[in-house]
Ligand binder design. Structure first.
Ligand SMILES: [Zn+2]
Length: 225
């Protein structure tokens, strides 16, 4: 069940909401796990619309060596996650998701609740986040079927992934949290190095297939155009 009070801001009017059905082979494999995220379609007081993708995330902060998490570090990680994921994956202002015939805009926004343990009956995701020294590197990964992942404090640094592409671990891994597969090891997009699910950070139209079908269905059903 979606508690809209968790997600909506003052003045936003809910039009439709859904707990995401599994979106990839991996996600559909195990039907007993929780949804990966909720989607809500809302209208703002100014008439424009927002497609909201909402995740409750439990973060387990892990100290490593002589690196200890401070309150400020935790705050920073959550702030980076919120802001950098939205800047990369979201669509607002000039980079809107779509423009309707009525000239109203639809933007895309990601909202997160972190570590509200005891308030919610479940979290969509549980992430281990390791505190590393600035010069250390660790492989981050997401296991989408289990709704778990491993991140670290250097995941918002750019890493050279191919001769011409750079990528931040967290923004790539977030694609897996949406249900997208890797493109760098096999498949038809293996040579699209710039793609975010490959070795770069470019979001292609195909990556929007996670939420566009539901958005289009909602617009049709609610007769919004
Ligand atoms: Zn990956």
């Amino acid at each position: 069940m979606i508690n809209t009070w968790e997600v909506l801001k003052h003045g936003e009017r809910l039009i439709s909401a859904i707990e995401t059905p599994p979106t990839t082979r991996d996600l559909s494999f195990n039907h007993t796990v929780t949804p990966a995220f909720d989607m809500l379609f809302v209208q703002r007081p100014n008439g424009n619309y927002i497609l909201l993708i909402y995740m409750r995330i439990k973060i387990i902060y892990i100290d490593r060596g002589n690196q200890y998490w401070s309150f400020l570090d935790k705050d920073n990680f959550e702030k980076n996650f919120r802001e950098k994921i939205n800047k990369k994956w979201g669509a607002s202002n000039i980079k809107i998701l779509s423009r309707l015939a009525s000239r109203k805009n639809i933007s895309l926004e990601f909202r997160f609740s972190f570590n509200k343990i005891g308030v919610f009956t479940y979290n969509h995701w549980t992430l281990n986040v390791i505190k590393l020294r600035k010069d250390e590197w660790a492989q981050s990964f997401v296991t989408s079927s289990l709704r778990t992942g491993n991140f670290d404090t250097n995941d918002f640094d750019y890493v050279k992934k191919s001769p011409k592409t750079y990528q931040r671990g967290a923004v790539h891994e977030f694609g897996h949290m949406l249900g997208l597969d890797d493109e760098y090891n096999s498949g038809v997009f293996i040579s699209d190095l710039k793609s975010i699910m490959n070795s770069g950070e470019t979001i292609r139209q195909r990556h929007r297939a996670i939420y566009m079908p539901w958005l289009n269905k909602t617009l049709r059903e609610k007769n919004i155009h």
